[in-house]
Design a protein around this ligand. Sequence first.
Ligand code: NAP
Length: 291
Amino acid sequence: MSAKIISGNEVSQQLKEEMKEEVVGLKAKGLQPCLAVILVGEDPASKVYVSNKKKACEFIGIKSLETRLPAEATTEDLLKVIDGYNKDASVHGILCQLPLPKHIPETKILRSILPEKDVDCFHPYNVGLISIGEVRFLPCTPAGVIELIKRGGFQTAGADVIILGRSNIVGRPLSNMLDQRDMNATVTMCHTKTKNLKERCLAADIIIGAIGVPEFLKGDMVKEGAVVIDVGINRVEAPGTEKGFKLVGDVAFNEVKERAAAITPVPGGVGPMTIAMLMKNTLTAAKATMV
Ligand code: NAP
């Protein structure tokens, strides 16, 4: 068996086209969705992420604002910028690009964003809403995973799902989302202290890798016909290539694709979905102001 490749590039493009159309309708009703992005410091990867978010906004028709602060900016400087965006009724979503410089407390900053503008869905209030099934926003990467599963037509009701990883950004919210009554999966979240990991994986209908260990999930850990979603993005050395490195996921793609029914590639799988879901949250935030 060779697996169906689930293309996050294609699904995210489709989502963006749908949102572009929706924005035309919102603008006709006088609503201009707007996302404010704050970048502190000069981290090259963060600059690329911010520029990709800006491009996605442009494509869809979402207005984007950007504030850049120097790496030496203080916590108070950043809180002041966030406070300005919190008070600005024309701004619907606020995103503070992570990581922040070490002297700025991430938790304090993320909690200073108004929950109704927290389009990354990191505020404890919004995280709490997910666990009681009253969703306002969904965190972007987990939501991207769910969208790939749904649009691929894969059944989650009654499925045994293994999530490798229990981080607050990926594993834990995914677990919370998949065992709600609209998804009805039976979820096991695994971590470094989990026993019998291989046996657990072999019994799973769906495996989601989110641990940050290059090609951890091997072919012999996967049941024939399972669906495998790879969230991992790991840089590994690739001597002789132009950049000297390549990106691989948490799944040994070439081995696993011979056993799985469907699999996401890295790059081009979950990665592009994250930005699309951020755009979706921005539209949700904007539409909530119309009610
Ligand atoms: P993280 O905060 O470092 O958490 C890693 C989790 O994996 C922890 O729960 C850890 O267990 C578990 N783990 C690590 N090694 C393990 C092993 N050998 N066996 C079992 N469990 C193990 O990672 P993260 O932020 O969730 O990111 C995970 C991966 O997803 C990374 O490659 C990251 O780059 C990628 N990512 C991608 C996107 C995207 O847009 N596609 C977004 C976010 C993250 P303990 O809790 O026991 O330490």
